[in-house]
Design a protein around this ligand. Sequence first.
Ligand SMILES: Nc1nc2c(ncn2[C@@H]2O[C@H](COP(=O)(O)OP(=O)(O)OP(=O)(O)O)[C@@H](O)[C@H]2O)c(=O)[nH]1
Ligand SMILES: [Mg+2]
Length: 430
Amino acid sequence: MTEDTIFALSSGRPPAAISVIRVTGPQAHEAGNAVAGELPEARSAAVRELRHPATRELLDEALVLRFDAPASSTGEDVVELHCHGGRAVVDAVIAALSGLDGLRPAEPGEFTRRAFENARIDLTEAEGLADLIEAETESQRKAALATAEGGLRKQVERWQEALLALSARAERAIDYVDDDDDDHHDAEAKLALNRDCGALASELQEWLARPRAEPLKDGVRVVVAGPPNAGKSSLLNAIAGQERAIVTDVPGTTRDHIEVPLALAGIPVLLTDTAGLRETGDAVEAIGVSRAAALVEAADVLLWLGEPEETPAHPRAIKVHAKADVRAPAPRGSVAVSALTGEGLKTLLEEVATVARSLLPSEDAIALNRRQARHIGEAAAALAASAGTQDLVIAADELRQARSAFDRLTGRAGVKDVLDALFSRFCLGK
Ligand SMILES: Nc1nc2c(ncn2[C@@H]2O[C@H](COP(=O)(O)OP(=O)(O)OP(=O)(O)O)[C@@H](O)[C@H]2O)c(=O)[nH]1
Ligand SMILES: [Mg+2]
């Protein structure tokens, strides 16, 4: 398979002080030669005049870097042209590269995709990179960096090694059964194998129980729910500090849910107001009510404004006694809050922040995203199955399943759609 040589502007949109144009692929050095003349040594930089390959017209003076395969970010030959960041400069250099045979503009994420395809990075690192580029807060940056730097890849490599050893033992035990009838040794080997599979399964389970990446990335989903007219929208407005949701004394005012991203004590939160939960003949309201029910289910933290004894089953429900300024004292276990006077708001927000914080990964910890957790879960289930069987052939087969789950995790198998979705998240030139 011959790869095209591709190029793109890898820095931000001109005009800028400097623009970086990257070229990667088998003809990258040749292309660099054609516009910049003799290239510097690998992994060093030199100032060169950039000229149009055909007309020899001077385009710019640039800092030129050269990398040789496989020691480059893509694993291929790479040339970087750091030119002046004017729009016309960039256009002229790009046009000069476009005119060269065998070169074409890169697609978004194509540089990173090549790094993945040339095994410079695995899928978890590519995901970390995408998160790193999208990171907007300090804690998002730290978490993304830990994964992008291979924190999860290294952990997975250790698991894969352990798994391979278990597989080898299972296969050996199968052979052993075939040509020996020492029942005692046979039973002992089986027991030891069961035990070690179980231990690895528990280790994976422990990772699955840790805080995940999504609350950090998308915000902890805090959902305000309860019956109509309970004061949900008023509470959302009071917390947000602005009139985001319509408030009236008509029950059934809120139909579509309203989301307000906030930072509570530095914790990213997505605060969501929902339609009041009730049976309704109104078709539009009914859709809102069924959405509200789904949002309650998906909530990381639930603020329940209904009767305490009607609180939906939820692992992190906070009971709120709303309109405390006009209603009898709050029942035990409920937080009394008035959106009107602001009473109790601070206490409520502190409680929300405490619960939300427990859902966030600790600093620098590797946090699994949904996809990664799914495959680790598959591996854990297969390991648990092989820990629980007396049949060595089944155990060996489960271990194979666990191995292929890890291959999906690292992107070595069966993930074309995942790759397409991931690399399309990257911007052009990355
Ligand atoms: N006194 C007092 N009135 C409040 C308070 N919060 C809300 N209200 C009033 O209660 C009524 C309903 O408030 P909303 O915030 O619209 O209630 P909701 O739960 O969003 O209602 P739906 O969207 O219809 O489900 C309005 O008339 C509000 O002014 C409060 O803390 N104190
Ligand atoms: Mg409302």
